[in-house]
Design a protein around this ligand. Structure first.
Ligand SMILES: [Zn+2]
Length: 192
């Protein structure tokens, strides 16, 4: 997005992270905010934007700029700097910057919000780590003692049209011999 006048003034037409002048300065909405109101965006250069979108923070000399930008008075810049420093905190300079700065609670929550949402997402995976989706077909990777139904579903049994147990990433449901049963994801392999 091109910069509006207020953002041009706020940023002095330089990247609010690394202070580079760049013809392609962009307004980047700091997740999980996704609208481009001025309060939610940071003016970034193409280099910073590329690093952020690719989650590539390997150029630590470049990202040292965050030790300066975290002191910016704009909350969006603080939140983004804090968030990115968090990705780099194995480096001493980054963890020191995180410790030395004092930010409003709301800014820190903002900085952490996306990762927390990601972490709390329930993702079902089979025994090989392949993501399972509702409707998938799976194969049992070991004999399964079906409680209550009094039979053993042998290894290799194909279970079609599974359902995912919403709150539990370790459980799916599927029909075996007409009975819908709960199956642990660690005992199945997705048929592809
Ligand atoms: Zn930059």
């Amino acid at each position: 997005m091109a910069l509006n006048t207020a953002l041009q003034n706020r940023s002095n037409n330089v990247c609010e992270l690394c202070t580079e002048k760049d013809e392609n300065l962009t307004a980047y909405a700091v997740p999980p905010k996704n609208d481009d109101s001025n309060d939610n965006v940071v003016v970034v250069c193409s280099k910073c934007l590329a690093g952020i979108t690719a989650a590539d923070f390997s150029d630590s000399n470049h990202w040292r700029c965050l030790t300066g930008s975290i002191w910016n008075e704009v909350p969006a810049v603080q939140a983004l700097s804090y968030k990115l420093l968090g990705k780099l905190k194995s480096a001493d300079w980054a963890s020191e910057a995180l410790e030395s700065v004092f930010l409003e609670e709301a800014v820190i929550e903002w900085a952490n919000a996306e990762d927390e949402m990601e972490a709390s997402k329930v993702v079902h995976k089979d025994s090989f780590g392949v993501v399972l989706e509702a409707g998938d077909t799976v194969i049992l990777t070991q004999n399964l003692n079906v409680k209550g139904a009094n039979f053993i579903a042998p290894k290799g049994t194909i279970v079609r049209k599974i359902r995912l147990v919403a709150e539990n990433a370790e459980q799916i449901e599927g029909k075996i011999e007409g009975d819908t049963i709960v199956i642990l994801t660690k005992y199945v392999r997705k048929q592809v």
